[in-house]
Write a protein that binds this ligand. Sequence first.
Ligand SMILES: CC(C)(COP(=O)(O)OP(=O)(O)OC[C@H]1O[C@@H](n2cnc3c(N)ncnc32)[C@H](O)[C@@H]1OP(=O)(O)O)[C@@H](O)C(=O)NCCC(=O)NCCS
Length: 166
Amino acid sequence: MFFVRTAGKQDLEAILALLSETWHDTYDAIYGPDRVAEITASWHSRQSLEAKLTQLASEFIVADDGTRIGGVAFAAWSDQQTKRVTLHQLYVHPDCQGQRIGAALLGEIIDAFPDANALRLEVEPANEKAIGFYRAHGFEKVGETKDCGGRTGIPAAIYERPLATD
Ligand SMILES: CC(C)(COP(=O)(O)OP(=O)(O)OC[C@H]1O[C@@H](n2cnc3c(N)ncnc32)[C@H](O)[C@@H]1OP(=O)(O)O)[C@@H](O)C(=O)NCCC(=O)NCCS
């Protein structure tokens, strides 16, 4: 059974492997394996992941069953004024999908930002599985970008979910 906990330095190798395997499984059919290998190599370096472990006002979590990491999520404040948080990463390993791990990670991310008004994310428009998941969890499309993550030249749909604040 998987439980959700904060990510640590000891998880980085397993997270890197999970990101690479999940990216190939999800995006090879869309971008082609060579382009996916290129993107994961530049986006998912050990150094960039390690920086996320200590990033202020952020939440970096994994789903762990005691033997392996089945999923990972990372979110951070993007706009303190509008109280918006961005979900930068939500990946469940292909072997572990459909077991409510994605839902558990998303729930933990939401709980980690009790003062946020909205949770925003960017998603590949052809990634129907992810879009189905996000829509089932209350996200609506609010826009589009030509530059997913702000540095890539990859188009993406922008989805957002309002969050209840007390
Ligand atoms: C999208 C993803 C995060 C979902 O995680 P998951 O653990 O497989 O999903 P869950 O088992 O938590 O799904 C929970 C609920 O979401 C809904 N759901 C999940 N996938 C769905 C889909 N394709 N269409 C509609 N609803 C969906 C269902 O209501 C499900 O509830 P159920 O168990 O009662 O059927 C996961 O499949 C994944 O990592 N995919 C590859 C990487 C990816 O695309 N990440 C997002 C990048 S932006």
